[in-house]
Design a protein around this ligand. Structure first.
Ligand SMILES: C[S@@+](CC[C@H](N)C(=O)[O-])C[C@H]1O[C@@H](n2cnc3c(N)ncnc32)[C@H](O)[C@@H]1O
Length: 383
C-alpha cells in the first residue's frame, strides 16, 4: 500500500478505516515509513477514545523511534485534554529523547512574540577594544544578527599565549557564552578553526596536536547553540606547510602526515523554539531583503586561497567573508567578529551594506581598523 493510500485512510474518518489502520499497524510486513504514516492516520481519526487507547497500549512497546514520534505528536495535538497530556509526559519521561523534547518545546512555546526578534539598536559600525568576553557586555541582548569569527588557534601564533589548553578553552567558552546572549534568537554563529600543533620543546619529545574543533563543539552546545553544518575551506596545497615530505622520502608506514589543506567552518544556530522562517519573515517585507542571484556554492567544500598581510599573521581571505555574509545575513544586518584581528570581516561587511561590530584586544590591530574610517565609535573598554 502506498503512503498516499494510507494518508487517504486517515483523511476519510470512519470506524471502518480506523479498524483497518489498527490491523495494518499490527502487520509487520509494513515498512517503518508506512508504519509512521499509519500512526499519523490513526491520530487523524475522530474517535478520541480509540486514539487514546491505541497510544496507551503501544507507546512503550519496542518500535522505531520514527513511529514513536508520530504517537508523541498525536499526544501533543490533543495536549489540552488531561489524559493525552498525561500520556505525553509519560512518554517524555520514559524516552528522554532530544527530538521529543524539542517537539514539546515547540508546541508549548508561547505564541510568537514579535518583541523577541526586535531590530537591532546598533545603527553604525563599531570597534570594541579589549577582551571581547567583557567588551561585548556593552551590547544589548539579541542586537547582533550574525557572528563570524576565527579565534586564536591556541598558542600557534605570537599574538596569543595561554598557560595551558584548558585555560584557552575556558576563555573561548566565556566569549561564546556572551556571543549567545547578544545574538538574535535563531541566528547563526560561524567559527573558522583547524587543529593546531605546538612546537615541540626538543627533538626527544613528541609534539601535541590539538583538535580544537572537536572541543569547541561541546563548548558551543553548552553556550546555547546547536550544530547546523560543517563547511570545509580547502586551500591550494602549495599554500600550506609541508608535512608529507618525510613519508615521500621513506614510504615508512606510521610516519604518514598529510598536508593539511582544510579548515572547518563550523556553522551553529542559536537555540530557540521556532523554525528559521520566523527569522526570514522579519525581512521579507522590508527594503533590506534583496535576494542573492550570483554563483551558488552547491557543496560544503569551498576552495578559496588563503590571504596574507604584513599587519596580521592570520587573516581571513575576503572571499571567505563575502560568502559567509551572503549566505547567512541580510543587507542592514549587524555582524560581529569577537576576535576581529585587523577587521577583514568588518571591511567586507561594510562593503556589502552590513553594519560591522569588531572586538579586538590588540591595540595595534585596533588602530589599523580605526584607519578604515567608517567606524563610528572608537571606545577603549576595560580589559
Ligand atoms: C585568528 S585572529 C583573527 C584575524 C581576523 N579574522 C582577520 O581577518 O584579521 C584572532 C584575533 O583574536 C584576538 N584576540 C585574542 N583574544 C581576544 C579576546 N579575548 N578578545 C578580543 N580579541 C582577542 C587576537 O589579538 C587576534 O587578532
Amino acid at each position: 500500500m502506498s503512503i498516499e493510500e494510507i494518508k487517504k485512510l486517515g483523511k476519510n474518518k470512519c470506524e471502518a478505516n480506523f479498524d483497518k489502520l489498527i490491523k495494518m499497524y499490527g502487520d509487520n510486513s509494513f515498512s517503518v515509513e508506512q508504519k509512521r504514516e499509519i500512526v499519523s492516520s490513526i491520530g487523524r481519526q475522530n474517535n478520541q477514545d480509540r486514539i487514546y487507547n491505541f497510544i496507551k497500549e503501544n507507546m512503550f512497546k519496542k518500535n522505531y523511534m520514527d513511529v514513536i514520534y508520530q504517537m508523541f505528536r498525536t499526544t501533543l495535538v490533543y495536549y489540552k485534554e488531561p489524559r493525552f497530556r498525561k500520556l505525553c509526559e509519560e512518554m517524555l519521561a520514559y524516552y528522554n529523547n532530544e527530538v521529543m523534547n524539542k517537539m514539546y518545546e515547540y508546541k508549548l512555546a508561547p505564541k510568537f512574540d514579535k518583541q523577541r526578534l526586535h531590530k537591532s539598536s546598533i545603527k553604525k559600525p563599531m570597534i570594541l577594544w579589549g577582551d571581547s568576553s567583557k567588551t561585548m557586555k556593552n551590547i544589548a541582548d539579541g542586537d547582533i544578527n550574525l557572528i563570524f569569527t576565527s579565534p586564536p588557534y591556541y598558542n600557534a601564533r605570537e599574538y596569543s599565549d595561554y598557560t595551558n589548553y584548558k585555560i584557552y578553552l575556558n576563555e573561548l567558552k566565556k566569549v561564546f557564552t556572551e556571543c549567545n546572549r547578544i545574538l538574535q534568537d535563531g541566528r547563526f554563529l560561524i567559527v573558522d578553526v583547524s587543529p593546531v600543533i605546538t612546537r615541540r620543546p626538543g627533538r626527544e619529545y613528541a609534539s601535541i596536536r590539538y583538535p580544537i574543533h572537536f572541543d569547541l563543539h561541546n563548548i558551543l552546545l553548552k553556550a546555547g547553540f546547536h550544530f547546523i553544518d560543517e563547511i570545509i575551506w580547502e586551500k591550494p596545497e602549495p599554500s600550506v606547510p609541508n608535512r608529507i615530505g618525510g613519508y615521500v622520502q621513506t614510504h615508512m608506514p606510521l610516519t604518514y602526515k598529510p598536508n593539511c589543506v582544510t579548515e572547518s567552518i563550523m556553522v551553529y544556530r542559536k537555540n530557540c523554539d521556532f523554525l528559521l522562517d520566523r527569522n526570514i519573515n522579519m525581512y521579507t517585507s522590508s527594503a533590506h531583503c534583496t535576494l542573492n542571484d550570483d554563483i551558488i556554492d552547491r557543496s560544503n567544500i569551498w576552495k578559496i586561497a588563503p590571504a596574507s598581510s604584513k599587519k596580521h599573521p592570520a587573516i581571513f581571505p575576503e572571499e571567505l567573508c563575502r560568502r559567509i555574509l551572503k549566505y547567512y545575513s541580510f543587507k542592514g544586518d549587524v555582524v560581529l567578529d569577537p576576535f576581529a584581528g585587523i577587521g577583514t570581516l568588518g571591511r567586507v561587511a561594510y562593503d556589502m551594506e552590513r553594519i560591522p561590530v569588531m572586538c579586538e584586544i590588540n591595540e595595534n590591530y585596533v588602530r589599523y581598523m580605526k584607519g578604515e574610517n567608517f567606524y563610528d565609535d572608537f571606545s577603549k573598554t576595560s580589559n
